[in-house]
Design a protein around this ligand. Sequence first.
Ligand code: FAD
Length: 483
Amino acid sequence: MSITRRQFVANTAATAALAGLAPRLRAAGSGDPDVIVIGAGLSGLETALTLEENGLKVRLLEGRKRVGGRLYTLFDLPGHPEAGGNSIASAYGRAIAAAKRNGIEVMNVAPRLMKNRAGQELFLGGEHIKLADWAAHPRNPFSGEARKLPPWAWSDAMFRQHLPFRDLENWHDAAHAQHDISVHDFLSANGATDAQIHLGYDTNISYGTTARDVSLLQQAFADHWQAVNRSAAPQNLLIGVFKDGNQNLPIAMARRLKGDLLQGRRVVAIETGPDSATVTCSDGSRHRAKAVVCSMPFSTLRNVALDPLPPSLQYKAIQTLGYIPITQFHVVAKKPFWEMDGLSPSMWTDGPLGSVLAQKSGKTDDEVTSLTVWCRGLNGLFIDRFGVEEGKRMILEEFARLRPASKGLLTVGAVHSWTADPFSAGDWAIFQPGQVRELRASIATPHQRLFFCGEHTAIGSRGIEGALESAERVSLEVLGAVG
Ligand SMILES: Cc1cc2nc3c(=O)[nH]c(=O)nc-3n(C[C@H](O)[C@H](O)[C@H](O)COP(=O)(O)OP(=O)(O)OC[C@H]3O[C@@H](n4cnc5c(N)ncnc54)[C@H](O)[C@@H]3O)c2cc1C
C-alpha cells in the first residue's frame, strides 16, 4: 500500500475524532498482526495508534508491566511527581495535539513557576555560598564577567558566545561535520580551563557523563530546541504538564488501542526478512508480522539478538550511542525545614545530592509537595554503585550535613535509576564526538522489515516531542512498505 502524507493526516484526524477512550482488556488475539510494535512508550503507542487508524492490525509488546516508558508518574507520592519526562513547551505541537486527541488536559505551570522563583541555593564542597558573594568567592574558577554567573549558567553563556555556526536547526548537516568534536575540546579551544569545565559543564550535567563524551553538534541540537521553545513572549510562555501526571497521556493512548497490548514481554530476538519479521520474547513466545517497529532505546536494543545483523554503521550506532546516566530520589518532608533555616528548598551542589528541585504541585502555588534529587552523569553512576538502601541513607545524610534543619524530617518516597533500569539502561540519547558525522544518518534506516522509532531517531525536536516526531516518520515508512 502506498499512501500520501495528505491521506495519512486525513485518516488519522478522522479516526482520532471518532475514537472512544473506554479501557479494554486485551490478550493475544488470534492470527498474525500486520505489524508488531515493540515498546509502549510515547513513540510506540503513537505509532501503533496511527497504524490502526490507517487500517492495519497491530500488536504491541512491552517489557515492563506498565505503559509510558520514560514517562513515569509517581502516582502514590504527594503531588504526583514525575520520575520521567517533566514538561512540554510551546514548540511541542505534536504533544499538545496528542493530548487533545486523547482527552488529556495540558496545564500551563509557567505562571506558577515564574511567581515562585525562589531559586536554587549554591553548595560547593559542603559550603553554602550566597549568590551575592559568588563573584568574589575563592571557589569561583571563572574569569572576567563570567565570575558573576552562577555555575549552572556558565556553559550556556559560552555556547551563546562561541558556537561556530548559527543555523542550529541544521546541526546534523554535513556542512557542520568539522564541529563533531567534544564539548570539552570546544570549550578548551575557547579559553576554558579544566576547572571551569568541571564545575560549569560536568557538574549536574545535562548530556553525557562528562564534556569529553558529548559532541558539540549534540549540544547545538539541544540549544536549538531550547531556543525555539523560549522564543515565545513571556506572557505566552508555556511550561506544560499533563493533568494529574504526565503518564496519563500514554495510559489514555493505550486505552484507545484496538489490538493486543502484551505487557511483561521482554523482547530478546528479532529476525527480519524481505516480507516479514519475527520477534521472540524472554517467555519463549514468538510473534510474526509483515513488519516490526522497534521503539526500544539503543541502550536496550544492543542486548537483543538481531538476525541478520544490520549494516555495519547502523549496528555500530546500536552498540555505541551514548545515554546520560540519571538517578532520582524523591524526598518527602514532614515539616518545611526550609522555613526553619530560611533558605530555598532547591539546591545546586557538587556533592551526592546533585541538584535538588522543590516540586510545587499542591493546592496553593507555593506548597512544596516533594523534593526531587537529580544525580546525573558521574554522580549518578557513583550513587548507583551503593545500591538503593545505602543510596537512600547517603542522600539523607547529605541533606542533614548541608541543611541541619532537615535532620529527622525527611523520608525517601521513591528511587529510580534510569541507568540500572533494564528497559532504559540510561536516560536520553547522546551523540558522542564523531557520532553525528559517522552514524546519525544510519540510525533509523529500515533494516528489511524492521523499522525504527524513538526519541533517539528524531532530528527536528527532542524528548517527548522527538518521540512523537519519530512516530510520524516511521508510520509513513511502514504504511508505504506494508501492502
Ligand atoms: C528523568 C527524565 C526527565 C525528562 N524530562 C523531559 C522533559 O522535561 N521534556 C521532554 O520533552 N522530555 C523529557 N524526557 C525525555 C522523554 O521522557 C523521552 O524522550 C520520551 O518519553 C521517550 O519516548 P520513547 O517512546 O522514545 O522511549 P521510551 O519511553 O523509553 O519507550 C520505549 C519502550 O520500550 C520498552 N522496552 C525497552 N526494552 C524492551 C525490551 N527488551 N522488550 C520490550 N520492551 C522494551 C520500554 O519499557 C519502553 O516502554 C525526560 C526523560 C526522563 C527519564
